[in-house]
Each structure stands twice: as structure tokens, then as C-alpha cells.
Design a protein around this ligand. Structure first.
Ligand code: NAP
Length: 213
């Protein structure tokens, strides 16, 4: 199901946004104004960053099942309309709040946000941002937070998986299942069934990626 919306498919106004940023206090974002209807592109007013927050110039945004559900009004969280979907993103730091110590302007980062990532800019808490290693591209890194965050939370924090324990992954064709196998074997040194390794070799990626550049 891997797919990508390329920048050349987007309106010229979107692509020329860098020229506009210096003059206005708005950025463009995907907006869900009505449930179960296509998203629209609209201008959103910038808000100031709080002392613990960081403003990121978003380059890529993962598209997760939760985004589809929330735009249908079927997710456990129901943001008031209109809202911007998007839980995970990659980009570069534009601005940091006074108390931010983990990242600085210009750093390449990935992050999670509470449904506002499908936009040119995203403001989020420094605790939910991580620097990207030099060798990893912004495109590849964008889809790591939700899948790998879920895997680490489930296997390490909840299950407290120990080395040499066996982990059963019942479906491993997509992003979350593949992340479960990677974290279980390569980080936590646990064992998985050979049948799932076969699935891992068959498919290398399973997530839709939205490009904002
Ligand atoms: N609780 C949490 O915190 C959390 C976090 C992340 C994800 N999730 C959930 O985990 C699930 C997977 O998410 P994901 O991000 O890993 O999705 P994904 O990357 O899109 O992977 C889904 C996989 O399921 C396969 N698939 C879809 N329909 C199928 C069918 N009818 N029969 C067999 N295979 C089918 C797809 O195959 P193709 O590629 O061939 O279409 C794809 O490989 C979703 O339900 C999501 O909501 C939960």
C-alpha cells in the first residue's frame, strides 16, 4: 500500500510557500472541515511557541490508519472541526521555545503530534521530537515515530520483553508489524517465529507517505 504524494502534484502556491513565510504569519495545512469528506488545503494562523515547544518546518508526514479513522469521526479522539490530521512527521527546526534544550534551529528531526502534522509547519513539545542521524533521510525517518513508538511502548514498556523470550507477531506485512519484529530481535534480543521472518523478507515497507516538499 506504499504510496507518496509528490510536491509536483501540489498547487504552485504550496510550493512557493517559502517566499510567503517571511511576510505573513500563516502557513498552509490540510484541513478536515467536514467528516467523511475530502481534505482541503487552507491557510492557518501561526501561534507563538510556548517555552517547552518547537516549531518544525515539516518535510514529510506519515499517513496512518488513525488519520483515516479520525477524519471519519471513528477514532477514540474526536478533535473539533476544522482540524488538521497527521500524527507523525519529519522536518527541520524553525524556532525553539525559551526552555528547549534538546534541539536547535536547523536540526533535522522526527516527531509525533496530536493531529496537526499534515501542514507546512507543526508546533510540538520538545519531548516528542528526536534528532535524525545523518545517514537517515527525512523521507525514511518520517514513518518511524508511530510504528516504532508503538513497538517500543508495547514490547519494552508494557510487556517488558526479556532477551531470548519469544514474541508472537500475528501480522507483519505492514509498518507496525515490521517494527515489532525489528525491535523484538535487534533491540530487545528476543526470538520470533521463522514464518514471520519470511514475511519480513517479502515486504520492506507498508506505509503511505505524504511529501510536503
Ligand atoms: N494501538 C496503536 O498504538 C497503533 C499504532 C499503530 C498502528 N496501529 C494499528 O495497527 C494496524 C496496522 O497499522 P500499520 O501502520 O502497520 O498499517 P500498514 O503499514 O498500512 O500495514 C497494514 C498491512 O495490512 C495489510 N492488509 C490490509 N488489508 C489486508 C487484508 N484484508 N488481508 C491481509 N492483509 C491486509 C496491508 O497489505 P498491503 O500493503 O498489501 O495492502 C499492509 O501490509 C492498523 O489497524 C493500525 O490502526 C495501532
Amino acid at each position: 500500500m506504499a504510496a507518496r504524494v509528490c510536491a509536483r502534484c501540489l498547487p504552485r502556491a504550496w510550493l512557493c510557500r517559502r517566499a510567503r513565510q517571511g511576510y505573513g504569519r500563516h502557513y498552509r495545512a490540510a484541513l478536515c472541515a467536514e467528516l467523511k469528506q475530502p481534505l482541503a488545503i487552507g491557510d492557518v494562523a501561526r501561534r507563538p511557541v510556548q517555552p517547552h515547544e518547537v516549531r518544525v518546518d515539516v518535510h514529510f508526514c506519515g499517513v496512518n490508519f488513525a488519520d483515516i479513522l479520525v477524519c471519519r469521526g471513528q477514532y477514540q479522539e474526536k478533535p473539533p472541526l476544522p482540524f488538521t490530521p497527521g500524527l507523525e512527521f519529519s522536518g527541520t527546526v524553525l524556532e525553539t521555545g525559551a526552555d528547549v534544550s534538546t534541539v536547535k534551529e536547523g536540526d533535522r528531526v522526527i516527531g509525533v503530534s496530536n493531529f496537526n502534522a499534515m501542514a507546512e509547519e507543526c508546533v510540538t513539545d520538545q519531548k516528542t521530537l528526536w534528532k535524525i542521524p545523518e545517514k537517515v533521510s527525512l523521507q525514511e525517518a518520517a514513518v518511524l515515530p508511530v510504528s516504532y513508538g508503538t513497538a517500543i511502548f508495547a514490547l519494552e514498556h508494557r510487556a517488558r520483553t526479556q532477551p531470548r523470550e519469544t514474541v508472537l507477531v500475528t501480522a507483519a506485512a505492514g509498518a507496525t508489524g515490521l517494527a515489532m519484529i525489528d525491535v523484538a530481535t535487534n533491540v530487545l534480543q528476543a526470538k520470533i517465529n521463522d514464518a514471520f521472518l519470511h514475511v519480513l523478507q517479502r515486504k520492506s515497507t507498508g506505509k503511505v507517505l505524504l511529501s510536503l516538499k
